[in-house]
Design a protein around this ligand. Structure first.
Ligand SMILES: [Fe+2]
Ligand SMILES: [Fe+2]
Length: 290
């Protein structure tokens, strides 16, 4: 696929919204409706973002050279968005630490996984980023489309997750288009094989690591053993069932000719931007974050 015929919408605008959440406030330790398993899985996910998103940025930027101007511009906006996400999740994670959680075991696991990928050729890091960005985008879609996921959560925390979801949808095609550009001379079969293999691997690691991370945080709240497993699996797979609900969108990744923008879900952003109260012109801070 040539970059001139990419399904990424021509009028797509990737807008970094430089917002800050929860500064100076101390939310309840169980900020997600007082529920141990709900708080644990979101905290476990947040623990991955500061280092994980820095890795995404570094992986994509290695391939920016020689990309068409529109894509180069999108990479820049993507970089800014992810840098601000890292900053806000770092602050969110500090609040979790202040509330008494020890995140060090989870952080070490993230570093371990990133270390393995960094030891491979740069195109492997790009492939992992492209797969994880699809993963993030379908989680984001589900989070915004179904209000059940954040029902009962602390307002500042819910705002942070919605804001992040909005921007993940907006830049969901950037790593993918960079991947298409970087592998434009590869035979189609090889491209598909690498892409599918990497997606299966990152999905396995994602599900295993986030489940283990959430169980560790639940343990810190005194919930262990079969009870912890049952509560967490019910939450993830049954109700509200985030993992089950993204399964169809996850499978689409394996279709030949897949592209994240074959589903244009920008309608989910319209309501958010209309209702969010934020300064739309934080140019100086945004530039500094890049
Ligand atoms: Fe992000
Ligand atoms: Fe992202």
């Amino acid at each position: 696929m040539s970059t001139a015929t990419l399904p990424t919408p021509a009028d797509l605008s990737i807008t970094p919204r430089d917002r800050k959440f929860g500064r100076g406030s101390a939310p309840a330790r169980l900020w997600h409706g007082g529920r141990v398993e709900a708080t644990a899985i979101y905290n476990a996910l947040s623990t991955t973002f500061p280092a994980g998103e820095a890795f995404f940025v570094e992986s994509v930027r290695q391939f920016r050279e020689g990309t068409p101007p529109k894509l180069a511009q999108e990479i820049k906006a993507f970089t800014t968005q992810e840098a601000i996400h890292s900053r806000e999740h770092d602050a969110f994670n500090r609040r979790a630490t202040d509330a008494g959680y020890d995140l060090s075991k989870l952080e070490r696991q993230v570093e371990y996984r990133l270390g393995i990928t960094r030891g491979r050729p740069p195109v492997v890091s790009l492939a992992a980023t492209m797969a994880l960005e699809h993963f993030t985008a379908i989680l984001a879609h589900q989070l915004l489309a179904n209000s059940r996921h954040l029902a009962g959560a602390d307002k500042d925390a819910a705002d942070l997750w919605r804001w992040h979801a909005v921007e993940e949808i907006e830049h969901k095609g950037v790593a993918y288009d960079t991947w298409l550009h970087a592998t434009r001379h590869w035979p189609r079969g090889k491209r598909w094989k690498v892409k599918a293999k990497v997606m299966l691997l990152v999905t396995r690691n994602f599900v295993v690591d986030r489940t283990a991370g959430a169980l560790e945080l639940m343990r810190q709240d005194g919930v262990t053993g079969a009870r912890a497993w049952a509560q967490l699996l019910w939450y993830l797979w049954i109700r509200p069932g985030m993992f089950r609900k993204i399964a169809g969108a996850w499978l689409k990744f394996f279709l030949p000719g897949f592209h994240p923008w074959h589903e244009d879900d920008r309608h989910l952003l319209v309501g958010y931007d209309a209702s969010a109260q934020f300064d739309q012109s934080p140019k100086r801070k945004v530039r500094m974050a890049v």
